[in-house]
Design a protein around this ligand. Structure first.
Ligand SMILES: Cc1cc2nc3c(=O)[nH]c(=O)nc-3n(C[C@H](O)[C@H](O)[C@H](O)COP(=O)(O)OP(=O)(O)OC[C@H]3O[C@@H](n4cnc5c(N)ncnc54)[C@H](O)[C@@H]3O)c2cc1C
Length: 595
């Protein structure tokens, strides 16, 4: 079946980037825009799993909300597979994520320019970050309303005694005083903002679309699984031209067409944007041939350059009586929290994780002098590096750049449940725990995502190749060793249970490492994803493995672009949703300037 109307823009995937992009483009009334989204719309007014921040995680694994991807066994992580939730709904992964709001460092984006992408510097992206964000500083009155007393303007406190100690611990450790990381740099420990509105509700990508959804030039079709981009016959001097998109809705196969000068924008995220390109005949010749897909453009970079932030945790038991968020696992406590939330939109369920921070390599590897550090890193990695890795290595040596994001959660982490894909959530041990986690900022390990069938309903093969690069192992191991010092320092130490020798007590399955070698073993045993895959349709020169140019146009095509986290050419520090929104904002400007 083919749909009679023709469109100026067909957007594949109404997720974190795609839905905002559609809303921004529809501000031009002469343009017609169609969004094809495989998932459903879950309005926050009717779906508490999306709406209530503290219920994050409850939507994981539900086919109504989550694509539920799984990685292939990870060689450097004891052959464990890893669970990769991704939002299958309007709003995409912003509808299931933890809502933590941080920003990359200025140098992260300046690196993108150095890799051959003019127009993507931090200074040039800053207005787009700002356009996507509305910051509400918590007042005392708001704190009272939300059930957090007291809350000060610095976002401190309000989460119980354990988490409230976080910035104070940073001061006690002698870390730099944190600045707002939305200024392009930040080191130290702090409480970060969340994507939660004044009513304590998730504020995510649908907020762009809801106010404009009635516009006559904007159409959103949910329940529509895109199978491929359709290309016209032949190839012009500038490349092949897409004529439309083929999708399946309620068992019916439909082809929608582009109008004159129309474009397809692929916004299906880091897992499925490369999948859709490959299914459409754009990709590595060998991969396409393996599954009988006719090649339209040879693009060996599709699905390559996958990077993800990887996390290493360490959990300790807390003293009896110290409250942790594990209490919410008790049905009677959970019922009380739900009641509190429903009455006041406040309490712990209006929250996720705010306790974070960024530490430089020198701050972790405190036994090494500056020159030793450079030598140490050179020893680990003497070979010539790819341009992105060489830039990331310079950041690792720079004292003003973060080597890890540090997080604190007032619960224990048991990563040893080998029967299920590895995940950081929960445990079934008696007692209560607190956990510090280190996440890589500019991951060196590089994996890939490729189709494993010509069937669009079959999940692609995801291989992040976690810890395949020795620098990732070293950075996380240095952090795990350093965390032992943090846990021996007040105020954190004061909350932790001690054994007969006065030492902190790790959660079952973990042992405090004394050497870097032991810490490395810990990392191999316990690391898991921070859920931030990027890079599989990288914005890079084609000869460097690029898939899109700096206007996000797919090489070899005249009218297909990609706009989502898959275009990041190298990783950036912290939580990446803010950058996905900024990319969508910039793409809208870029497309509107051409129309
Ligand atoms: C569990 C988890 C926690 C996270 N926590 C945070 C956090 O606290 N802070 C933060 O900043 N970041 C966080 N992230 C990362 C962040 O949410 C993502 O990087 C970001 O949302 C990705 O946006 P995207 O537009 O690239 O993809 P998505 O938002 O995933 O959008 C892709 C869309 O395309 C649709 N789609 C895919 N294939 C097809 C197809 N064939 N046909 C039609 N539609 C299709 C999908 O259903 C989806 O709606 C988290 C991620 C996860 C998974």
């Amino acid at each position: 079946m083919s749909s009679p109307q023709k469109y100026d823009f067909i957007i594949i995937g109404g997720g974190t980037a795609g839905l905002p992009l559609s809303a921004l483009l529809s501000a031009s009334p002469h343009l017609s825009i169609l969004v094809l989204e495989a998932g459903a719309h879950h309005p926050t007014s009717t779906d508490p799993l999306v709406d209530i921040p503290g219920l994050y995680g409850h939507s994981f694994g539900r086919p109504t909300h989550d694509w539920s991807f799984t990685t292939v066994p990870q060689q450097h992580l004891h052959n464990t597979t890893h669970r990769w939730p991704r939002g299958k709904m309007l709003g995409g992964t912003s509808g299931i994520n933890l809502m933590m709001h941080s920003q990359c460092s200025a140098r992260d984006l300046d690196n993108w320019v150095a890799l051959g992408n003019p127009g993507w510097s931090y200074a040039e992206l800053l207005p787009y970050f700002q356009r996507s964000e509305r910051y509400s500083a918590p007042s005392e009155a708001l704190g009272e309303k939300l059930g957090y007393v007291p809350v000060d303007a610095g976002l401190r406190g309000g989460e119980g005694p354990v988490r409230g100690m976080w910035p104070v611990l940073g001061e006690a450790m002698g870390y730099p005083s944190p600045k707002d990381c939305r200024g392009g740099t930040s080191l130290g420990l702090f409480n970060q903002p969340l994507g939660v509105d004044e009513q304590g509700r998730r504020s995510y990508a649908t907020r762009y679309w809801e106010p404009v959804r009635e516009r006559g030039n904007l159409e959103v079709r949910t329940g529509s699984l895109v199978e491929r981009v359709v290309f016209g016959e032949g190839k012009g001097a500038k490349g092949v031209a897409a004529t439309g998109v083929q999708y399946v809705c309620e068992g019916e196969r439909v082809t929608v067409e582009l109008g004159e000068g129309g474009e397809v924008i692929v916004c299906a995220g880091a897992v499925q944007s490369p999948q859709i390109l490959e299914l459409s005949g754009l990709g590595n010749k060998e991969v396409l041939e393996r599954y009988g897909i006719e090649m339209v453009v040879a693009l060996p970079g599709v699905g390559e350059n996958l990077r993800d932030h990887i996390v290493a945790p360490f959990s300790w038991e807390v003293k009896e009586g110290v409250p942790t968020s594990e209490a919410a696992a008790k049905p009677e406590v959970f019922a009380q929290l739900m009641e509190l939330y429903q009455k006041t939109q406040g309490g712990p369920l209006a929250n996720t994780v705010t306790t974070t921070g960024f530490l430089p390599y020198h701050g972790l590897a405190t036994t090494l002098s500056t020159t030793d550090t450079e030598e140490h890193i050179k020893d680990i990695c003497p070979t010539l590096m790819s341009p992105p890795d060489a830039l990331a290595k310079l950041q690792l040596i720079d004292k003003s750049e973060a080597a890890v994001q540090v997080l604190f959660v007032s619960k224990g982490v048991d990563t040893a449940r080998m029967d299920t894909p590895r995940t950081g959530w929960g445990h079934s041990f008696p007692g209560a725990y607190g956990t510090i986690l280190a996440a890589t900022t500019r991951t060196f390990s590089r994996g890939s995502i490729h189709i494993k069938s010509a069937d669009p309903t079959e999940h692609p093969e995801i291989d992040p190749a976690y810890l395949s690069h020795p620098l990732d192992i070293d950075v996380l191991a240095q952090a795990i060793l350093h965390f032992q010092d943090m846990a021996r320092t007040d105020p954190l130490s004061g909350f932790l249970k001690k054994d007969a020798d006065g030492a902190n007590v790790p959660i079952p399955g973990m042992t405090a490492p004394k050497t870097l070698a032991e810490a490395k073993q810990h990392v191999h045993k316990h690391a898991f994803t921070e859920y931030h895959p990027i890079g599989t349709c990288s914005m890079l020169p084609k000869e460097s493995g690029g898939v899109v140019d700096s206007n996000l146009k797919v090489y070899g095509t005249t009218n297909v672009r990609v706009c989502d986290a898959s275009i990041f050419p190298m990783h950036v520090q912290g939580n990446i949703q803010s950058l996905v929104y900024a990319v969508a904002e910039k793409t809208a400007d870029l497309l509107l300037a051409k129309k």
